[in-house]
Design a protein around this ligand. Structure first.
Ligand SMILES: [Zn+2]
Length: 115
């Protein structure tokens, strides 16, 4: 089987475990992987940061009821959060950093802030 450089796809001649033509291809490849990794992290961090900003703006006093729709209109993404907390009574609060919410009936939310 012909082996190819992971970076430039040129056929490789040499040791069976050789993956790249040379150090230049190796570092080019590794840099590309790292930058794809970084941009994924950056994208998720941006969503979390936006979610937190929206929760903070809607909840200046630490506790308030609001509508789910109001957050959605501002671009809140309910798929992303940092952690959750379930109380002894079985309610699960979802958090984006120190700001959280509890889903209530009728698409209402109780916004909270963790001190
Ligand atoms: Zn190469």
């Amino acid at each position: 089987m012909n082996r190819q450089c992971l970076d430039c796809q040129t056929a490789i001649i040499g040791r069976a475990d050789k993956k790249f033509c040379d150090d230049q291809c190796r570092s080019h490849y590794n840099n590309r992987i790292k930058s794809e990794d970084d941009s994924l992290l950056k994208k998720i961090n941006q969503i979390l940061s936006k979610n937190r900003k929206i929760l903070k703006a809607e909840n200046p006093n630490g506790k308030v009821k609001t509508k789910k729709e109001l957050l959605l209109k501002q671009g809140f993404d309910f798929n992303y959060y940092t952690h959750h907390y379930t109380t002894s009574t079985g309610n699960t609060y979802i958090f984006c950093y120190e700001y959280g919410y509890l889903l209530l009936d009728h698409d209402e939310l109780l916004l909270v802030k963790k001190e």
